[in-house]
Design a protein around this ligand. Structure first.
Ligand code: GLY
Length: 350
């Protein structure tokens, strides 16, 4: 088992990473929660695969468990499902002294985390992420949110979990596309902080090899995120580096109404656009974009998504990280080294 300790003043917690850890969920949760009731939120895809094992482990540990299943998919990150979670948790008789567990991907984690952050002004919660994207990114660092019709993640909070339990065996059941979705974020960590991770990924030629190294890869990504979150929990500086490729990626997702491309696919193409922009500006070492593009293709990710410059500029305009006409763009100096650069929207293609 690999463990990381996240140290944010007064909100310290562990991230435990191990194949099969799901079956020991109760044992681990007992170390951070001494109450009785646990509301587990999962979705209609993940519940049938993993809920029985988690319930068994929690019950054996002596907890009283309530299971709440939301429909799988991004559309569940909405106020209707949020209110349903409040209702069901209240019907279960949950109090501030009880615990909420998110068992699933990013949607379950973000929605459940936001419900936990707000019900009774905060109930402790544990993240058990089951997709690669959630394991390396959304379950760590305490960003929780729901979407509004006007945009994604517009209502949210920084609310750190009590513990994160990562079972890399859960990744075995992911489709190729959902796995690739998470690989885009893995490659992002390599691009901004860890060139050695990119070298490891380049050498992997088969899924079997990837799974043989997956615990180490997930650990490396979580460790990168841990360090950034410890230094900038509230996303005022260094944490923005985690948005490499995201300014363009979000614009692509939006242009295609969040239906055609996954988040990771948008970010993959967005990273190539950002690297090419950096090369044109003389900030990014020449050849970086093509190396990144090759690696993204190796993991089944798209690198060129049709979108006009005008549509891209329009979609970026409503990006919540933009300030008027100035964008905070994450650019690479070289693979493994990133920095934040203020850019005029109109200078993006120069
Ligand atoms: N997903 C980026 C962050 O947590 O800051």
């Amino acid at each position: 088992m690999k463990t990381l300790h996240v140290t944010i003043p007064e909100r310290e917690y562990d991230i435990h990473i191990e194949k099969g850890i799901l079956d020991r969920g109760g044992e681990f949760i007992k170390t951070v929660f001494q109450g009785e009731k646990i509301a587990v939120v999962t979705d209609s895809n993940v519940g049938p695969l993993y809920m029985n094992r988690l319930r068994e482990s929690l019950t054996v540990a002596g907890f009283q468990v309530c299971e709440i299943v939301i429909p799988a998919g991004e559309s569940s990150k909405c106020k209707e499902q949020l209110f349903r979670l409040y209702e069901e948790m209240l019907s279960f008789g949950i109090t501030r002294g009880d615990l909420v567990v998110a068992l699933g991907g990013g949607v379950v984690g973000d929605l459940t985390g936001y419900a936990a952050a707000t019900l009774f002004r905060g109930i402790p919660y544990v993240q058990i992420p089951t997709t690669l994207l959630a394991q390396v990114d959304s379950s760590v660092g305490g960003k929780v949110a729901i979407n509004l019709p006007k945009g994604k993640n517009l209502v949210g909070a920084f609310y750190q979990p009590k513990m994160v339990l990562i079972d890399t065996d859960c990744l075995i059941t992911l489709s190729e596309r959902v796995l690739a979705d998470g690989m885009a974020e893995v490659i992002k960590y390599g691009a901004i902080f860890r060139k050695d991770l990119l070298d490891t990924l380049t050498q992997i030629t088969e899924k079997k090899e990837l799974f043989a190294k997956i615990e180490e890869i997930v650990y490396t990504c979580c460790d990168c995120k841990r360090q950034v979150v410890e230094r900038d929990e509230l996303d005022n500086g260094e944490r923005m580096l985690l948005n490499f490729g995201h300014t363009f990626g979000h614009a692509i997702e939006k242009q295609y109404h969040y239906e055609t491309y996954t988040h990771g696919e948008g970010v993959a193409a967005g990273m190539v656009i950002a690297a090419e922009h950096g090369e044109r500006q003389g900030i990014t070492q020449k050849g970086t974009a093509s190396r990144l593009e090759e690696l993204l293709k190796q993991y089944g990710l798209p690198t060129r998504i049709p979108m006009t410059k005008e549509a891209m500029e329009d979609a970026i305009q409503v990006d919540k990280k933009g300030q008027g006409n100035i964008l905070h763009l994450v650019l690479l100096e070289e693979l493994g080294k990133a920095r934040l650069v203020k850019t005029q929207r109109s200078n993006l293609w120069i």
